[in-house]
Design a protein around this ligand. Structure first.
Ligand SMILES: [Zn+2]
Ligand SMILES: [Zn+2]
Length: 170
């Protein structure tokens, strides 16, 4: 059962939203247990259409930029919440806990400077490191558990050898 979460928006409104982004904004990834973390990592990425637009005035021309679901294909790390009408970076939301940016806390709403903002973000050290952490999350755990498995089987082997040794001495 999903629990309703409450996220303060600009400290004025309170929005109730059950999406994974809002859930993570409320309770960070790092404070989840391993099962929750695995579920989050393995869940398919939210690709909701976001009703987000930015009015632009450029050299006497007025137009509106709209969010397009195609952005999700273009940027495989992009995620958004349709209730908040904001865009976020999925790996940074999960793994970039040291640095709070628009991409992992306030959310992105300005589509006019979007390409520029994306460019700056994808080249940032914290984003690159968050993406590596996301990609290697499962692998790291598997290696870790293989290592544990090896230790346990070595221990069992040693015990067996000891037992055989004892029986030979009898
Ligand atoms: Zn939400
Ligand atoms: Zn990022």
């Amino acid at each position: 059962m999903e629990e309703l979460c409450t996220v303060p928006v600009n400290n004025i409104n309170v929005v109730n939203c059950v999406c994974i982004v809002c859930s993570l904004l409320k309770k960070g990834f790092s404070s989840r247990n391993f099962e929750e973390k695995t579920d989050i990592i393995n869940s398919s990425r939210l690709k909701d259409p976001i009703n987000l637009e930015t009015k632009v005035e450029k050299s006497a021309k007025k137009f509106t930029r709209h969010f397009q679901v195609g952005f999700y294909e273009k940027y495989e790390w992009l995620i958004g919440c349709k209730t908040l009408k904001k865009l976020f970076c999925w790996p940074c939301l999960l793994f970039n806990i040291a640095e709070k940016t628009h991409w992992n806390s306030d959310g992105i709403t300005d589509l006019n400077n979007f390409p520029k903002s994306v460019k700056g973000h994808v080249n940032s050290k914290s984003h690159i490191s968050a993406r590596i952490k996301e990609k290697t999350f499962g692998t790291y755990r598997i290696e870790h558990s293989l290592d544990n498995h090896l230790k346990i089987s070595n221990k069992l082997h040693n015990e067996r050898v000891k037992k055989i040794g004892t029986s030979y001495n009898d």
